[in-house]
Design a protein around this ligand. Structure first.
Ligand SMILES: *Cc1c(COP(=O)(O)O)cnc(C)c1O
Length: 392
C-alpha cells in the first residue's frame, strides 16, 4: 500500500517540543500559566485585536461568545448553513434556535442578500435574531463589508467563525477581527494546532475578561469558592499553549505552503473538463486551509466528485466531500432556513483535496496524476507506468 496521504495533518515546527519541555521543567502542567499568557499575546498581536482568551476548543469559544451576546433559551441566532456543525451546535447548547442562511458563489460564505431577507423575516415574525455567525469557509473570507453593514443597520452583533481562517485577510484585516468577537480553532486538522484548542478574540476588554471568568468555573473573588454565575471549564492548558507558541512562529510559512498546494491544483487540474477552482475575489486573501475543487458531472463526461474520491481512496489518498450544509442535516431539519441552492450544489459537486502544509511535491503529483488519469479515461494503462515508485 502507498504511504497514506492525509487531508490535513499536524505539522510541527522546530520549537514546540522545546517549549513543552520547558513546561515540564517548570512543572506548570496545568490550565493557565506563562505559556497561556504568551500565546494569548501572540494571537492578539497576529490578528490585530486587543485581547485574546485561549480556550480548550473553538466550539467552547463560540459557546462563550453566544453567552456574551446574551443568547438564551427561545432566542434565534443566524448562522451560515454551509459550515461544520460546530458553528451551529453551541446555539443549541443554549436552548436557542439556529436560523440558517445559504451562501453566495464567489466565496461560498453567507449570502448578504439572503441574510437581509432572513433578518427582515425573523423580525416580522416577532423575533429579532440575537447574533449573526458568518464563517470563513476553508479559509476564504466572507463578504464582511456587506454582512457588517446589514448587522450594524439592524444592530445585531456579529460573531465571526474564523476557526478555519487564521492567517486569512479581508482587505488587509485579519479574519476574526472584523465582527464584535471572533473565534479560532487549533484542532489537530487546522492550519496550526495545539492538539486541541481554541480562542476568543476581540477589542472589547469587558467581553474577553468575562469570557476568561466564565471559562474558569466563574469563580468570584473570595478566599473560598464563591459563585454568582454558572461556570465552564474551558481554559487552555499550559502544555497546549506551549505547542501553540511554537506553531505561531511558523504560521506564515504554513499559510504560504497551503497556498502553494492550491496553486499546484490550479495549474494541474483547472483545464480538466467540468473542474473549477474558485479564485480569490480582489482584496480577499485566503490561507487556503483546505484546497477544494468542484466537478460538474455534465461537463466532465459523468465523472463525479464521488468517482474522484473513490479513485483517490484506492490509492490511500484521503479526500472528503465539502461540508454538508446544516439545513440538510437531520439534526437541524426543523430549524428555519433561507436557501438558494448554492450550498446544496457545493455539497453535491465539491471535494476537499489533500491540503497539509507537510505534503511533498511527490504527494501532490500523486494526487493530481491520479485525477488526470481518471479524466483521461485510461487508468489501467497509466497505472502500470506511474511516474513514481509506490512506497510500501
Ligand atoms: C473546526 C471548526 C470549529 C470548531 O473548532 P474546535 O476547536 O474543533 O472545537 C468551528 N467552526 C468551524 C467552521 C470549524 O471548522
Amino acid at each position: 500500500m502507498n504511504k497514506k496521504i492525509w487531508l490535513s495533518s499536524p505539522h510541527m515546527g522546530s520549537n514546540e517540543q522545546v517549549y513543552v519541555k520547558d513546561v515540564f521543567d517548570s512543572n506548570w502542567i496545568a490550565p493557565l500559566g506563562a505559556y497561556v499568557d504568551g500565546f494569548e499575546k501572540d494571537l492578539a498581536d497576529y490578528t490585530h485585536t486587543a485581547y485574546a482568551a485561549a480556550l480548550s476548543s473553538g466550539t467552547g469559544a463560540l459557546h462563550l461568545a453566544l453567552i456574551l451576546a446574551g443568547v438564551g433559551a427561545g432566542d434565534e441566532v443566524i448562522c451560515q448553513s454551509m459550515t461544520f456543525s460546530a458553528s451551529a451546535n453551541p446555539i443549541a447548547y443554549l436552548g436557542a434556535t439556529p436560523v440558517f442562511v445559504d451562501s453566495e458563489t464567489s466565496t461560498w460564505n453567507m449570502d448578504p442578500v439572503l441574510l437581509e431577507q432572513a433578518v427582515k423575516d425573523r423580525i416580522a415574525k416577532g423575533k429579532k435574531p440575537k447574533a449573526i455567525i458568518p464563517v470563513h469557509l476553508y479559509g476564504m473570507p466572507a463578504q464582511m463589508n456587506e454582512i457588517m453593514e446589514i448587522a450594524n443597520r439592524y444592530e445585531i452583533p456579529v460573531i465571526e467563525d474564523a476557526a478555519e481562517a487564521l492567517g486569512s485577510l479581508y482587505h488587509g484585516q485579519p479574519c476574526g477581527s472584523i465582527g464584535k468577537l471572533g473565534i479560532l480553532s487549533f484542532n489537530g486538522n487546522k492550519i496550526i494546532t495545539t492538539s486541541g484548542g481554541g480562542a476568543l478574540i476581540g477589542n472589547d476588554e469587558a467581553a474577553i475578561s468575562k469570557a476568561r471568568f466564565l471559562a474558569t468555573q466563574a469563580r468570584d473573588p473570595a478566599p473560598h469558592y464563591e459563585h454568582t454565575h454558572i461556570g465552564y471549564n474551558y481554559r487552555m492548558s499550559n502544555v497546549c499553549a506551549a505547542i501553540g507558541r511554537g506553531q505561531m512562529e511558523v504560521l506564515d510559512v504554513r499559510v504560504s505552503q497551503r497556498r502553494a498546494n492550491y496553486q499546484h491544483y490550479v495549474e494541474q487540474l483547472s483545464d480538466l473538463p467540468g473542474v473549477t477552482l474558485v479564485a480569490e475575489p480582489t482584496g480577499f486573501f485566503s490561507n487556503r486551509w483546505l484546497s477544494t475543487i468542484l466537478i460538474d458531472p455534465v461537463l466532465s463526461n459523468g465523472i463525479t466528485r464521488e468517482t474522484v474520491r473513490l479513485a483517490l481512496e484506492k490509492e490511500n489518498i484521503e479526500s472528503r466531500p465539502l461540508w454538508k450544509p446544516m439545513h440538510m442535516q437531520p439534526v437541524f431539519e426543523h430549524a428555519p432556513a433561507y436557501v438558494n441552492g448554492v450550498s446544496e450544489n457545493l455539497f453535491n459537486n465539491g471535494l476537499c483535496l489533500p491540503s497539509g502544509s507537510n505534503l511533498t511535491t511527490t504527494d501532490l503529483s500523486n494526487v493530481t496524476n491520479r485525477i488526470k488519469e481518471l479524466f483521461a479515461g485510461n487508468t489501467a494503462e497509466v497505472n502500470v507506468s506511474r511516474a513514481y515508485a509506490p512506497q510500501e
